[in-house]
Design a binder for this molecule. Structure first.
Ligand SMILES: *Cc1c(COP(=O)(O)O)cnc(C)c1O
Length: 367
């Protein structure tokens, strides 16, 4: 019997290192710069970035200023380059500078604010510039970028990286990829001295045209397939398990759980598992999601706050046995699809109620 009914979240740093090298080999010739925003996709930015540093990563991306400050502190004594995707928010200059963070400038307003700050403090401020190539999310317009290089509005700024982001990278044949690629090629010509980056995880697997100087993988480091379905080259980093609390018989046609929609088709046995949506199991996973119990993938009936109910059939199992709700068997992309979501959301929802265990070392010998 497990000593506690608490769920357990193991985070496998060796699997992370494996995935990093798979991506780095795929993107050979380009730098692989991990994205560790949202606390390393919910898995702990500090241990993740430190292990990736030990594997050779030198450039990291976060979303928020605060994430950058926390990562800088976690990376003490390491000369990591840390870029902040949110860029240069009003008044952020002193904090960005104090933590040695590089802003990704996303608009003319951000360019102006960064330039004012740089001229105020003197010297040249390293920045990245994001240009929108058709996703209509972050980034300067292409005409804005072209006008910018003709102007004096970059005074005080050293644009080290020009980047853009793909809207359909996970669908290799989608025509939007080629359109964005062509647009990005034109944009990067405007900044011949800067490095260029277009690819996140999905783009890193789209072939040499999409790699440029630097790729920015997030989800595939954590085992999410670049095409939003399981990829056998990648290993699961997060594994959520919880013990069986009880096993019950349910008669044919009987209702299970809240409401009156979920019925057992035939008489069966169900296991009550000690993890629910408060531990990060997405409630909608009950529609088609599976759990790995007693050596097989088995249907999920319900996901409540503290409990998940799994169909055991006549498998032999007993209270205290651990069931995997996410991990090397209950695959991230499959669970995400069952939940009507994507792997990114399944990971960042994993909560702190589950006990966290890191497997593998943060730093390899000598790093
Ligand atoms: C989140 C993000 C990434 C990483 O995306 P994945 O799909 O997790 O690989 C890369 N670039 C930008 C701009 C992002 O916002």
């Amino acid at each position: 019997m497990a000593p506690s009914s608490r769920a357990r979240l193991s985070i496998d740093l060796d699997a992370l290192a494996h995935n990093y090298h798979v991506i780095a080999a795929e993107a050979a010739g380009a730098e692989t710069a991990p994205v560790v925003k949202a606390d390393g996709y919910g898995l702990g930015a500090a241990p993740i970035a430190r292990r990736l540093w030990a594997e050779g990563a030198r450039t990291f991306f976060v979303a928020r200023l605060e994430e950058g400050e926390a990562l800088r502190a976690a990376m003490a004594h390491r000369s990591a380059r840390i870029l902040v995707l949110d860029g240069f928010m009003p008044g952020a200059g002193p904090r960005l500078a104090a933590a040695g963070l590089t802003p990704v400038l996303n608009s003319l307003d951000q360019v102006a604010a960064a330039s004012r700050f740089a001229q105020h403090v003197g010297g040249s401020l390293p920045c990245a510039l994001q240009v929108d190539t058709g996703m209509n999310r972050q980034g300067l317009g292409r005409a804005e970028a072209a006008a910018l290089v003709q102007s004096d509005r970059l005074a005080g700024l050293s644009i080290e990286l020009v980047m853009s982001h793909l809207g359909c990278g996970a669908i290799p044949d989608h025509g939007r990829n080629a359109d964005q690629l062509a647009a990005f090629r034109a944009v990067r010509q405007l900044f011949p001295q800067a490095k260029a980056s277009l690819a996140a995880s999905a783009g890193a697997f789209l072939g040499p045209d999409y790699r440029f100087d630097l790729v920015r993988p997030g989800i595939s480091l954590f085992g999410g397939g670049p095409m939003e379905r399981p990829d056998p080259r990648l290993r699961a980093v997060a594994r959520l398990e919880a013990p069986i609390l009880d096993i019950r018989h349910v008669g044919a046609g009987e209702l299970i759980g809240y409401g009156a929609t979920i019925r057992a088709d035939a008489a069966t046995r169900v296991a009550l598992i000690g993890a629910g949506y408060a531990d990060g199991v997405i409630r909608a996973t009950r529609r088609g999601g599976q759990a790995w119990a007693a050596g097989a993938l088995r249907r999920l009936y319900i996901v409540d706050m503290d409990l998940t109910v799994v169909d055991l059939g006549d498998a032999s199992a007993q209270p205290g046995d651990m069931v995997e709700l996410l991990g090397p068997h209950a695959l991230l992309d499959d669970q995400a699809q069952a939940a009507g979501s994507i792997a990114h959301e399944c990971l960042v929802r994993l909560s702190t109620r589950a006990q966290r265990i890191y497997l593998g070392a943060e730093a390899s010998a000598g790093a």
